[in-house]
Design a protein around this ligand. Sequence first.
Ligand SMILES: Cc1cc2nc3c(=O)[nH]c(=O)nc-3n(C[C@H](O)[C@H](O)[C@H](O)COP(=O)(O)OP(=O)(O)OC[C@H]3O[C@@H](n4cnc5c(N)ncnc54)[C@H](O)[C@@H]3O)c2cc1C
Length: 441
Amino acid sequence: MSANIPGYDGKRLVILGGGFAGLTLARKLAKSEFQIVLVNKHNYHQFQPLLYQVATAGLEPSAIAFPLRKVFQDNQNVHFRKAEIQSVDFDSKVVHTSVGTIHYDYLVNAMGAGTNFFGNKEIQKRSWGLKSIPESLALRNHILMNLERASSIDDEKKRQELLTIVIVGGGPTGVEVAGALAEMRKWIIPRDYHEIDHKKVKIAVVEASGKLLGHMSEKSHKAAEDFLKSLEVEVYNGIAVDSYNGDEVTLSNGEKLPCNTLVWAAGVKGMPVKGIPAELIDKRDRIAVDEFNCIKGQEHEFAIGDIATMQTEKYPHGHPQVAQVAIQQSSLLAKNLLRLEKNVPLKPFRYSDKGTMATVGRNKAVVDLPFYSFRGFWAWLVWMFVHLMAIVGVKNRLLIFINWVWNYVFYDQSLRLIISPAKHPKHKEVPPANQMETSSN
Ligand SMILES: Cc1cc2nc3c(=O)[nH]c(=O)nc-3n(C[C@H](O)[C@H](O)[C@H](O)COP(=O)(O)OP(=O)(O)OC[C@H]3O[C@@H](n4cnc5c(N)ncnc54)[C@H](O)[C@@H]3O)c2cc1C
């Protein structure tokens, strides 16, 4: 079964994943001589740094997502397939997907990373992740439903479980979710849920390493902790989560927290598809690449962004899994693929670290630039500006800006809707077109 990609006289570049890396690469080469096939499981690009605002009812999902087909409306050479990537075959130069096989001349794996539960199946089953829009929406519905349940229950113990949210992982995602939930507790819960004593809503962050925002400067670790404490978030620093049974979290210091919501923000790992030789996959499931992002031992297969691990003197365990690395690697690879076609020597990748930042809430953020760190109101403004500029689509940028201004002035969004998809009783899954007929690609 083929994915029905039109025949083409030139070279075909197949890009797996429409995240920061895959989308940037496709955009850079959209006007080139390559035929580009972009494969992604969702029909949209999602802006992961703001997923936490969807999960905490601060933004609508449509504000942080952009339809991939719309990006390439004017590029006849770019073909999008909404499909699950299943495996790759380097020998036959083929990708197997849920909508059929796709042959390639060049292959770029930009499939990003998934949540790392460090093998803890119990936690994987019972906790909430924050890696995609569907996960963020599920978490938003769950938090809002728990507030509804807590309003209409008279069992104190059960109510406390429903009102306790434990966030595992004190990296940017954990800190940002905790801050947003603390602001929700302060400004929204007393107004919307008259039956709930908002002081009983407990928000805790558990970080095993002993440092919040571990990849940032000492000053930022401390500022993040101070900001969270000022918002009355409980910080368990240097303590790990041992187990979770759905009602109670057990910490490594023996403490037990009754809790119905465990948010897992403790790490990511690659998700290489079948067909990548095992010896090329590192301990964190990333694919080993050389300094040109070429998969080791291959000629026409590349990996970029979170899924790739390029060992350098400065980054012996690979580059940080952040958007800038993905964008810079894809921008260079776009040029290198054109060089390859012209038989011109390729340029190696050098990461230009522009700094890191995280926000904890209103007027509370930390920014580490290569030679200068600052925090507070100005850091928060910089954080907002950088994130706004990085969003795909002018309309999305405007929507987010209006949302943020509204929230800043009125302390209250009206996005707290519990909407779960309904199944139509007569609905039957329509098989993909290529399961009804066969055609060559
Ligand atoms: C909650 C959160 C907050 C973050 N905040 C920041 C931040 O503030 N600053 C920052 O720099 N970085 C942040 N990051 C990290 C940043 O988002 C990643 O480094 C970046 O997205 C990596 O880009 P990528 O293209 O490699 O992967 P992704 O952007 O993850 O793209 C991978 C794509 O591949 C698709 N895909 C994966 N598997 C399959 C499959 N089997 N079939 C089909 N499609 C598939 C996915 O749907 C996705 O579209 C954050 C990440 C998360 C999860």
